[in-house]
Design a protein around this ligand. Structure first.
Ligand code: ATP
Ligand code: MG
Length: 337
């Protein structure tokens, strides 16, 4: 049985970018493949530490992030495995072994690292190294499909390269994840999803961006979210056209409208192209997002902590079993056992 795997760093509340780009694609795949694939959903709590976080918030963030998946419609059942990364020590150990085959040159090329370290005097090593930890997260479970947003595609390619290099040196140990092109196809998309920052639409929306109005959080009140959409940066061309380079702000709103309502982007483009009233499009998107948040917030409040802990107990038992088996294979291959 193939494995589909994903995780979202629990360093803060999720944005609508995380929801549309990563959470929803996983939930859709999970519902489609709940009988024929393993579905691994993990909380990368070790990854959370690359951003400055208050340790006191981490546990509640972890619980909330699992509840987000459940509220988004993630199925449960014998093939669904929900676990916390730090409860499976094999992740850290495989990371070290992979560190010793990754090169500084390839790690220096990671754009997420460049973006996250830009303008900072001091950058923690975790920010540089987390793609290797991520490679281990994937390879330990022989996952072929990893639904993530477009910003993480480079890390999937890195994972493939590290796995191929390892296999060339030490034998056929790792399953090579599908290429990003195949991943996109598997998700039923034409291209990867990248929701833009509402104030600076040239950049992607990120939960760690400081400016509150640049991002919609899943716990924003529907009214607040609507206001953020209404004040999103657009352009002064005065005519709606889907053009991510020339009119990224207005194009981003069309992408959001399409994903939130699960209607083809072409349909949204067809409806709005040539219109001149940006405010009308904003009102429509604000209404769609407000409705999404209202429904989502009702659902998340119905999920109890106990429900989550119960899922974690069986998920972590499974994850340790699978990960330790793979780690032992790796340790034997490199001569550690
Ligand atoms: P941070 O600022 O802490 O890095 P983030 O919003 O980039 O937060 P991550 O935890 O790095 O979130 O990524 C979680 C998942 O969400 C990944 O699969 C990532 O590709 C996806 N994702 C993040 N931002 C976007 C976005 N703007 N559009 C689509 N998907 C996104
Ligand atoms: Mg990120």
């Amino acid at each position: 049985m193939k494995t589909i795997l994903t995780g979202l760093r629990a360093n803060s509340v999720f944005t609508i970018g995380n929801y549309l780009g990563a959470l929803l694609p996983m939930v859709r795949l999970a519902n489609k493949h709940v009988n024929d694939c393993h579905l691994n959903l993990f909380v990368p709590d070790l990854h959370s530490m690359i951003s400055e976080i208050d340790g006191g918030d981490l546990q509640s963030n972890i619980l909330r992030s699992i509840k987000c998946y459940l509220a988004a419609g993630m199925p449960t059942g014998k093939n669904v495995h929900i676990y916390r990364q730090s409860r499976v020590p094999a992740h850290s150990e495989l990371c070290w072994i992979l560190n010793c085959i990754a090169t500084m040159g390839e790690m220096n090329r990671m754009t997420q690292y460049k973006e996250k370290s830009e303008g900072k005097n001091s950058v923690n090593v975790g920010i540089f190294d987390y793609p290797v930890l991520m490679a281990g997260d994937i390879l330990l479970y022989s996952a072929e499909y990893v639904p993530v947003g477009e910003d993480q595609f480079q890390h999937i390619e890195l994972t493939r390269n590290l796995a191929m290099r390892f296999n060339n040196r030490y034998g056929d140990i790792f399953t090579i994840p599908a290429s990003t092109k195949e991943q996109v196809k598997f998700m039923g998309l034409e291209e990867g999803i990248r929701i833009r920052d509402l104030l600076n639409p040239e950049k992607k929306m990120s939960k760690s961006t400081v400016a509150e109005n640049s991002k919609i959080m899943l716990d924003d009140t529907p009214e607040r979210a609507a206001k953020k959409i209404m004040s999103a940066t657009t352009d002064s061309l005065g005519k709606i056209k889907f053009d991510m380079w020339g009119q990224p702000g207005i194009s981003n709103l069309m992408v959001i409208e399409s994903l939130v309502n699960d209607i083809p982007l072409q349909e949204v483009i067809g409806k709005w192209s040539g219109e001149t009233k940006y405010g009308e499009l904003k009102k429509q998107v604000a209404a769609s997002v407000s409705k999404l948040l209202t429904d989502f917030q009702v659902r998340i409040n119905e999920i109890s902590d106990d429900q989550v802990y119960e899922l974690l107990e069986s998920g972590e038992r499974y994850a340790n079993e699978v990960a330790n088996t793979k780690l032992l294979e790796v340790q034997k291959a490199v001569g550690l056992r």
